[in-house]
Design a protein around this ligand. Structure first.
Ligand code: NAD
Ligand code: DAU
Length: 349
């Protein structure tokens, strides 16, 4: 089986590529990635020499190129993760999200459809999405697979649109699709624009910890390796045409998670308890900030037998240890354009 994994040099994609390359030596794994600021081949140094791993530096926005690649490699399956993924950047530059997340997904769907339309048998187009498409749970409850879509940021609107395209291609062309919608991931190789690695980096460097608004927003956190395991399970065991929600039943207010991280880091860095928490700084809220996300992951747990492998505190310690040990990785991704992004995003707050 030839599997195209898009966005495999990014945070979640690199964990999915690693898992598939190591676990399935009989599959040929093609990692297609444009290597934007968020894509980094250093995330994959441990598997890059494996015989079943191949890298394609390509842009999914280039539809003709996608057709050419599908005709050349005849991918049997696609696991599509490539996307612009950061909500704050979508507020500053929505069109980039429209191009990559909507047009890029449509280009892959078209290339896949045009190659296999006479016989979809045994083929899979698996689209990786987010819980943010369901909107914000301001009045309690959980997101279920049939919760109506109500995206509220340019990022989530672009992801919702791409999900709709995927389902429309199933309905119209009979394409064999699967979709999963996951909650917030944390873990190794996450780009430090996102909450946890940004706070880890700032605590380490004694810089202010910018908490948006009052820090009351709630997210459900899942260890990235558990997301990759869920993707493996859905790819192999999930039913065609189905949606699966993935989450950790692990809700935290932002301010509480930042305090927990400060406590863990104080211990690891040999600082007196309470030292890092003094860096917490409340800053201007994100525009249109969704209050709460919470996934009901019962479907994947009951139907496919998947469950998270780690308790959150355990996963957080592993993550902190990794960032402290991999100083070179952190320095390399935070040098250059990261600093410009950081300054322009946070100095206004
Ligand atoms: P990421 O930003 O770390 O990685 C995205 C990858 O896509 C990068 O390697 C980047 O180079 C690549 N890419 C971007 N534009 C491209 C283009 N035009 N052509 C080819 N490659 C391109 O993102 P992530 O956090 O790993 O998220 C991966 C996927 O999972 C996304 O679809 C995201 O919406 C979804 N998701 C993320 C989370 C999360 O918590 N991070 C949760 C649920 C779902
Ligand atoms: O829910 C899944 C989504 O989780 C994914 O689809 C997205 O790709 C991913 O980026 C993530 O989106 P969030 O907006 O929830 O993640 P982020 O790490 O940007 O922010 C988490 C929370 O922390 C959110 O409420 C905003 C807040 N925050 C974030 C940053 C970067 C702060 O308070 N300060 C910050 O500096």
């Amino acid at each position: 089986m030839r599997i195209l994994i898009t966005g495999g040099a990014g945070f979640i994609g690199s964990h999915v590529v690693r898992l598939f390359v190591n676990k399935y030596p009989n599959y040929e794994i093609y990692n297609l990635d444009k290597l934007t600021y968020a894509g980094n081949l250093n995330n994959l140094t441990d598997i890059e020499k494996k015989a079943n791993y191949h890298f394609l530096k390509e842009d999914i926005v280039d539809g003709e190129r996608m057709h050419a690649l599908f005709n050349e490699y005849r991918f049997d399956a696609v696991i599509h993760l490539a996307a612009e993924s950061h909500v704050d950047r979508s507020i500053t530059n929505p069109n980039e999200f429209l191009m990559t997340n909507v047009l890029g997904t449509a280009n892959l769907l078209n290339a896949f459809k045009d190659l296999w339309k006479d016989d979809f048998n045994g083929k899979i187009f698996y689209h990786i999405s987010t819980d943010e498409v369901y909107g914000s749970l301001d009045d309690g409850g959980f997101f279920l697979e049939d919760t109506p879509y109500d995206p509220k940021s340019p990022y989530s609107a672009s992801k919702a649109s791409s999900d709709h395209f995927v389902r429309a291609y199933e309905n119209t062309y009979g394409m064999p699709i699967k979709i999963s919608n996951c909650s917030n991931n944390y873990g190794e190789y996450q780009f430090p624009e996102k909450l946890l690695p940004l706070m880890i980096n700032n605590i380490k460097n004694n810089k202010p910890l910018p908490v948006y608004g009052k820090g009351e927003n709630i997210r459900d956190w899942l260890y990235v390796v558990d997301h990759a395991r869920a993707i493996d399970t859905i790819f192999h065991e999930g039913k065609l045409g189905e949606t699966y929600n993935i989450g950790g039943f692990n809700e935290w207010k932002n301010i509480d998670i930042v305090h927990l991280l400060c406590t863990v880091m104080d211990k690891k860095l040999g600082r007196e308890k309470g030292t890092s928490a003094q860096l917490i700084t409340y800053v201007t809220d994100r525009a249109g900030h969704d209050l709460r996300y919470a996934i009901d992951a019962n479907k994947i747990m009951k139907e496919l037998g998947w469950e998270p492998s780690l308790q959150f505190e355990e996963g957080l310690e592993l993550t902190v240890d990794w960032y402290l040990k991999n100083e070179d990785w952190l320095t390399s991704v935070t040098s250059g354009s990261y600093q410009d992004y950081y300054d322009s995003h946070y100095e206004k707050r």
